[in-house]
Design a protein around this ligand. Structure first.
Ligand code: ADP
Length: 476
């Protein structure tokens, strides 16, 4: 752990394993109550001076951290592949994406503009100034173990907030590597603190209950987001939540089904399906169903599962046994209710894969609303294809979920693209595009997928208070 500018060890430690083969790859300190208290106290004390630094000083430190990340890109990516399982190329992409947030917010720090407002009174002036919220409690997930840290820490620091970060218990090593970078970059002590723990609850509870923590930023499941939001609500604490998703992908008959199948095979199986923006239901207009399934099936059959360090690997392991059971349960449920299996559908237990958590890339057709996979987030390598006939029907099916994060549309008809874009209740929509994300673009969901936005200009607003000044000007 990293508390008040020093690395802290504990006798009580927990083991981190490689999900591709079950090997132990590290032992990590387990936070006790005294560490939680120490980290919050350090962030609180450091805030008094950090908030007074100039935007230019904060920007320079973020810029330095960005440079260090790029210099250490290969090492960070290799660590990520070992700890999280994704193929090395995907890890390299993630480190780049993660670094992008540091650069973006190094720049945004200098643009925390206020404004003035005309008053109805001749002797009055109004102005609005932005100020940092205070100590931020950040909780991050294991699926994007580096970029989810920089997407929160970057704007928090740029705004002038201090941070206590709790990474996921499966990926603390990536978080530690990022904190070594922040340490090397030269952030003052107490500005950034890291709590590693096997049991997230005491840290989450402290973030909610401790009045010194002014803001909670969380990325993870909707279930945990609700718990944190409810508890933080007791103290009217500010929250940002980036939660689960159930992305629909709509393939219209006016689009090229082969091109659509290619795109969706890439985004569906990215990170072995373990992404909140992963297409969970692929809705295909009946006229193009046959060529679409043919192409998708061919691509899925060619995907090689294995250790992410092997350059041929397209599909890494799932994070743990619970993930395997969840995916397998959804597949079995769908098959028992009439879905057709066009590939995969089972755990991979060949000798070289049996030590890890591998599930075959799977294609299910004829998926329908009564199946679990139609409603529950899968977080695994299963493409679930649902037929539709009309645009109206497709839109109604797409919106028939309590999630609202990402959606994808394939169409060559401009008017349809606009109608569907406007009709979808989702925060991020890719139109003939499978990667509608960037540090410069606002990321976040509607409905139970979250609150607030990350990245972009909007991302820093989450860490700022808006303060109004009204001044009576004698003789004005
Ligand atoms: P996932 O299903 O992606 O593992 P979780 O919501 O369980 O999603 O985990 C995301 C993050 O939330 C992790 O850092 C995890 O440790 C943390 N977390 C899980 N349960 C709690 C809790 N009760 N309080 C605070 N943090 C939690």
């Amino acid at each position: 752990m990293y508390i008040n500018g020093a690395w802290v060890e504990t006798d009580q430690r927990f083991t981190v394993t490689n999900p591709a083969n079950g090997e132990a790859i590290g032992e990590v300190a387990n936070a006790g109550p005294e560490h939680i208290e120490g980290a919050i106290a350090a962030a609180h004390d450091a805030f008094a001076s950090w908030r007074k630094t100039t935007a230019y000083e904060r920007s320079a430190l973020l810029y330095r951290a960005w440079q260090l990340m790029l210099e250490q890109k290969q090492e960070l990516a290799e660590l990520m592949t070992k700890e999280q399982g994704k193929p090395l190329k995907a890890s390299l992409n993630e480190v780049q994406y993660g670094a992008d947030f540091l650069l973006w917010f190094a720049e945004e720090a200098k643009r925390l503009y206020g404004h003035s407002i005309p008053s109805a009174r001749a002797d009055q002036r109004f102005w609005v100034q932005k100020q940092p919220v205070g100590v931020v409690g950040a909780i991050t997930p294991w699926n994007y173990p580096i970029s989810m840290i920089t997407r929160k820490v970057g704007p928090a620091l740029a705004a002038g907030c201090t941070v206590v970060l709790k990474p996921a218990e499966s990926t603390p090593l990536c978080a530690m590597a990022m904190f070594r970078i922040f340490e090397q970059a030269g952030f003052p002590k107490g500005v950034l603190n890291l709590l590693t723990t096997e049991d997230p609850r005491p840290v989450g509870n402290a973030f909610c209950d401790d009045p010194r923590v002014r803001k909670i930023t969380f990325t993870g499941s909707t279930a945990v987001g609700k718990l944190l939001n409810e508890r933080a609500g007791r103290h009217i604490k500010r929250v940002s939540m980036e939660l689960g998703g159930h992305a629909p992908a709509l393939v219209f008959a006016d689009a090229d089904p082969v091109h659509a199948a290619k795109g969706l095979s890439l985004v569906k199986f990215l990170n072995t399906g373990q992404a909140c923006i992963s297409p969970n239901r692929i809705l295909v207009q009946r006229e193009v169903m046959a060529p679409f399934l043919k192409e998708l099936g061919k691509r899925i059959a060619a995907m090689k599962a294995g250790n992410g360090m092997d350059p041929d690997t397209r599909i890494g392991p799932l994070i743990n046994e619970a993930a395997i059971s969840k995916v397998d349960n959804q597949v079995k449920d769908a098959l028992s209710k009439g879905a057709s299996l066009l590939g995969g559908g089972e755990r991979l237990l060949t000798p070289e894969l049996a030590g890890g958590h591998f599930y075959a890339p799977t294609l299910l057709a004829d998926v329908s609303p009564e199946m679990l996979i139609y409603r529950e987030e899968t977080f695994g390598p299963v493409a679930a294809v649902v037929p539709f006939d009309t645009e109206e029907e497709a839109l109604a099916m797409a919106n028939d979920t309590h999630y609202g994060l990402a959606a994808y549309v394939y169409t060559e008809n401009l008017s349809r693209a606009m109608r569907v874009f406007e009709g979808l209740d989702f925060g991020i929509i890719g139109i003939n595009d499978i990667n509608p994300t960037s540090a410069a673009a606002p990321f976040g969901g509607m409905k139970e997928s979250g609150l607030g936005r990350e990245g972009a200009q909007a991302g820093i607003e989450e860490y700022l208070e808006t303060k109004l000044g009204g001044i009576a000007v004698a003789g004005g």
